[in-house]
Design a protein around this ligand. Structure first.
Ligand code: UGA
Length: 430
């Protein structure tokens, strides 16, 4: 079976490579010529564990190819996945212009029956809109729209795509359902078939619920600090209840990345457009942003004025195992520290200067965690990279001017840090 994936970013490329791994003949399309030429050389343009090897293997087996032509993509396969970006518009809505452009491109090349799959995260009823648009430009060719939301997590993209918890397929015809079932027959996961709107909504509602869990535990963390409780223990105690679950109850700097912030905003926006004000989601957003301010306030409390102070910042990506800095709490915190007059020495295992244009020449990007802490008044941990846990903290203490650690991800053991002579502050710990 052949497949075309239009949009070769994180979602599109991972989806394409995972289908190629399952034995399909995949064509990945993108209008970014430079990206396609890099991919054709066997290079992944971003960091995702295991993806480099998978690309090379798939190219060797000749089950993946690349193109800049949507027309070629339409010709290549019966199933066309659309995995282009749906960034946040100025008013909080999802900007669907990339999807619409692709739909027009597909429509103009459409001759025989095609299954056109929304893989990008879209607001409910986008499928309807796509159908109208394709009908308008296609001159009567036969097609079906399917919603098949993705649930991959950056940093664990291969595992979460090859072994998903569930596969959601929103369809309007038995014919499209049959094609999609055949396509996913090689994956071991429950397949849930719904109508188009329900599948679209499942994605926004899932991401928003994950964000809600994070903001909930961060709100609980504040009560912990005021009452002398420890949020790590509280989260463990809550999470063992199977109805609640342990995942996404890690208190800290809140959620970032390309997906959760934009999807919560877009879900609130579409809900309000449909006539339902979703205040709960606005509260989730508010709590999330407040976490960053509270973290910087801890540094101010520990150091007094930040003006002129040298601060080490560990982590710039929005979470570990990725070089993605989009909506990263760490980047926002660095900008805030600079604004308050601090000098920032940052270290991240994967983030390169090109990924932080807003901070270029405003922070010192160091090549090791030890270089970052040299002669600093305080160490702030903003991303929970595993390598930070393994650092030699005796050496860290010697390098620093003052042994203060503010751990925004609660990744270090407070007792150990205190025993080593650090003044240690976590999040949601008295
Ligand atoms: C998220 C969803 O988890 C995926 O299911 C979904 O497919 C994806 O968005 C998407 O829509 O494409 P991702 O953006 O890769 O995946 O990141 P997450 O693993 O969800 O983490 C998001 C943020 O929440 C990170 O900044 C992380 O540090 C933070 N987080 C996560 C917490 O602060 N606490 C937690 O307990 C968990």
């Amino acid at each position: 079976m052949k497949l075309t994936i239009i949009g070769s970013g994180h979602v599109g490329l991972v989806t394409g490579l995972c289908f190629a791994r399952k034995g399909y003949q995949v064509l990945c399309v993108d209008n970014d010529k430079e990206k396609i030429s890099i991919l054709k050389k066997g290079i992944v343009p971003f960091y995702e564990p295991g993806l480099d090897k998978m690309l090379k293997d798939s190219m060797r087996k000749k089950c993946i190819s690349f193109s800049t032509s949507v027309k070629e993509g339409v010709k290549h396969a019966e199933v066309l996945f659309i995995a282009v970006g749906t960034p946040l518009g100025d008013d909080g809505s999802a900007d669907l212009s990339y999807i619409e452009n692709v739909c027009r491109g597909i429509a103009r090349s459409l001759k025989d029956y095609r299954v056109i799959v929304e893989k990008s995260t879209v607001p409910v009823r986008t499928g309807e809109r796509m159908k109208r648009l394709i009908k308008k430009y296609s001159g009567g060719a036969d097609f079906d729209i399917v919603s098949n939301p993705e649930f991959l997590q950056e940093g664990k993209a291969l595992k979460t795509t090859l072994y998903p918890d569930r596969i959601i397929i929103g369809v309007e015809s038995k014919k499209a359902e049959r094609v999609m079932r055949r396509l996913y027959a090689r994956f071991k996961a429950p397949i849930i078939v719904t109508d188009l709107a329900s599948a679209e909504l499942i994605k926004h509602a899932s991401n928003s619920f994950l964000a809600l869990k994070i903001s909930y535990i961060n709100a609980v963390a504040r009560v912990c600090e005021l009452s002398g409780a420890d949020v790590t223990q509280v989260a463990y105690g809550i999470g063992l209840d199977k109805r609640i679950g342990r995942e996404f109850l890690k208190a800290g700097l809140g959620y970032g990345g390309y997906c959760l912030p934009k999807d919560v905003a877009a879900f609130a926006h579409i809900s309000e457009r449909l006539g339902n004000k979703f205040d709960l989601l606005h509260e989730v957003q508010k709590i999330n942003l407040e976490q960053r301010k509270m973290f910087v306030a801890k540094a101010e409390k520990a150091l007094g004025l930040l003006k002129g102070k040298k601060i080490a910042l560990w982590g710039l990506s929005f979470k570990p195992d990725t070089d993605d800095t989009r909506e990263s709490p760490a980047v926002a915190i660095a900008a805030r520290l600079i604004k308050l007059g601090a000098k920032v020495q940052a270290y991240d295992p994967k983030v390169k200067p090109s990924k932080i244009p807003s901070l270029r020449n405003r922070i010192k990007l160091c090549s090791s965690p030890y270089e970052a802490v040299k002669e600093t008044h305080c160490l702030l941990i903003a991303t929970d990279w595993a390598e930070f846990k393994e650092a030699d903290f005796k050496r860290i203490k010697k390098e620093m001017l003052r042994p203060i650690i503010i751990d925004g991800r609660n990744m270090l053991e407070p007792k150990n840090m205190k025993n080593l002579g650090f003044v240690y502050h976590g999040m949601g710990k008295s």
